[in-house]
Design a protein around this ligand. Sequence first.
Ligand code: FPP
Length: 259
Amino acid sequence: MLNFLKRTKVSKKTAVGADFSRSDILSGTMPSHVAIIMDGNGRWANKRALPRIAGHHEGMKVVRKITKLASELGLDALTLYAFSTENWKRPKIEVDFLMKLPEEFLATYLPELIQENVRVRVMGDKDKLPGHTLTAVDRAIRETSGNTGLILNFALNYGSRTEIIEAVKKIADDAKNQKLHIEQIDESLLSDYLMTNELQDPDLLIRTSGEIRLSNFMLWQLAYTELWFTEVLWPDFKEEDFLQAIADFQQRGRRFGGV
Ligand code: FPP
């Protein structure tokens, strides 16, 4: 446990100008749930005159590293935006590759995830995934279902507006069938109908590659989340960057609308 943290000295200036060390991070308030928009794979590949899929493949290795660190740090959940409902618009060769990545990731790292007590979970419209992708993720979900450590939540064919619309439709249906009364509809009930139902809202959102937008990701759940952006492209994202994001998170004053 915490091998990486023991090995690595992290001492940098944070965005708010305070020094931090790894022991500061561990003794500070840890985020329970971190969500990441893993962006910049294509640009990473372009810079090296490689095909875009090479960037995605490198990005997959970063997924493994950051999952391991999140698990070692004792986070409850890590949500990763792996494929959006809009990503189908990409060239077929790229879409096909992205649909094979979960399979490759799980074929390579599932034993390690099981050993680390990680539970795999997927949110998104699974019905539209190719059979081979679905088989791989369903197997990982099944084989890790008893694990009690980090929840590794892949957003796969996920779009937040669709998620909210589907939740509203189910609520309307349940109201029509008198399974619930309109007066019962509140924030907590709507949250229960979303694809994140069992998860707390993220405390921290990270987006790599210098883009500063949410791109239809967890629009409801991010209402009070601390946002952290970096120029670093996802395939270049290191454990130190993740720790930096957490250190900066720990410097923020979260008031949830209070004073
Ligand atoms: C955005 O970068 C990234 C994606 C659409 C895919 C993200 C997928 C991974 C990082 C690998 C996922 C791994 C597993 C295990 C499922 P982009 O292609 O839009 O980059 P660009 O903006 O530089 O073109």
